[in-house]
Ligand binder design. Sequence first.
Ligand SMILES: *Cc1c(COP(=O)(O)O)cnc(C)c1O
Length: 458
Amino acid sequence: MKQDNNIPYKIYLEEQEMPREWYNVRADMKNKPAPLLNPGTLKPMTAEELAPVFCEELVTQELDNDNAYIPIPEEILDFYKMYRPSPLVRAYCLEEKLQTPAKIYYKFEGNNTSGSHKLNSAIAQAYYAKKQGLKGVTTETGAGQWGTALSMACSYFDLDCQVYMVKCSYEQKPFRREVMRTYGAKVTPSPSMNTEVGKKILAEHPGTSGSLGCAISEAVEQATTHEGYRYVLGSVLNQVLLHQSIIGLETKAALDKYNIKPDIIIGCAGGGSNLGGLISPFMGEKLRGEADYRFIAVEPASCPSLTRGKYAYDFCDTGMVCPLAKMYTLGSGFIPSANHAGGLRYHGMSSILSQLYADGLMEARSVEQTEVFKAAEEFARVEGILPAPESSHAIKAALDEAKKCKETGEEKTIVFGLTGTGYFDMYAYESFHDGKMVDYIPTDEDLAPGFAGLPKVE
Ligand SMILES: *Cc1c(COP(=O)(O)O)cnc(C)c1O
């Protein structure tokens, strides 16, 4: 295999090179992301209004549009040391296989037991809950990665962890459920009869396989009706993108170390946390006029929030108990088809990424799932890692860009986020191998009811 003499196969940072602060891209955004609104008054949510739902320190982070750097507490740095830095890998084998002049790098976040980048924010959120003296936290999980990450983080800080797991995943993915229970979490399939909102959703949609939006409503209700509990969310929120900036900061430090300038940075987009975290420091440079990059968000054709959604205020959850967020959305009533990339089945998108996309600073594209699994397999066969279906959306776009370089002869440098491993997604791989996987793309008529249900704001 050809290998660039100067560039290691894997770039790891030394301990003293590790970021000690998160980067808050909002500080450099001229057009700030729209604030969360109180659904009753339609006024921006204040810290006092958010305090019953979220931990104090996280509320501060959520509302902070001004401070560019936020110190990472020592306790969190200590935990990060257990699995970070994550490697930035030069995909030499993939380049050779594709015979592309492009240089491809991926930042691999699957190197921890939870199997994804979600642990980066889970540990931060658990830390702040512990620091506030809470008993525990509640949350939802789709495919199970967030619940797994949070249960690991909670057991580290000895916090109670209650997880509402989207019912279809609870049934399809018993292994993730059991990993969560191994770390001491209580896992409930959602919608459930535990909460008022769960009962209501079940009455309206009997036999529903659930959605992230439903599970969020249940977890929020569970937290706000029990003393000593707060709700935590694994994506979408500003605070989560802030914590995930560790991915981008490490990537940038590793690239800078070898004087590598990426041309294209690609990530899959569910709620936008890994993509937001990966691109943040690079986007900061672009916003400050110091450098230029292309950023590409990749989403499933079955749940196309950015590429076919409306930029509007919407509920973050199906039960309409959460604040309103302005984002590209398919409507909180939209229940996507049972795509295998559970982590990408969310109706909305981070307000930060939505604003950047609206301002033309980022591109987006949607891909069909059989194409995604083809890309996953192509990648696994040469690079060794068995990727998560979510991550494989980014692989698909990276392959497409590298193939374009082959046609044009351009030596572009492509960086993509490989957010996790797919060992718990083997039913999805099975359905792909057996030729049973279908590409469901909603029609405009399918999307219409979700849009019709958008709250009237502005
Ligand atoms: C949750 C998840 C995603 C999508 O979430 P974002 O918040 O958009 O990053 C992507 N990949 C994996 C492996 C995940 O677990």
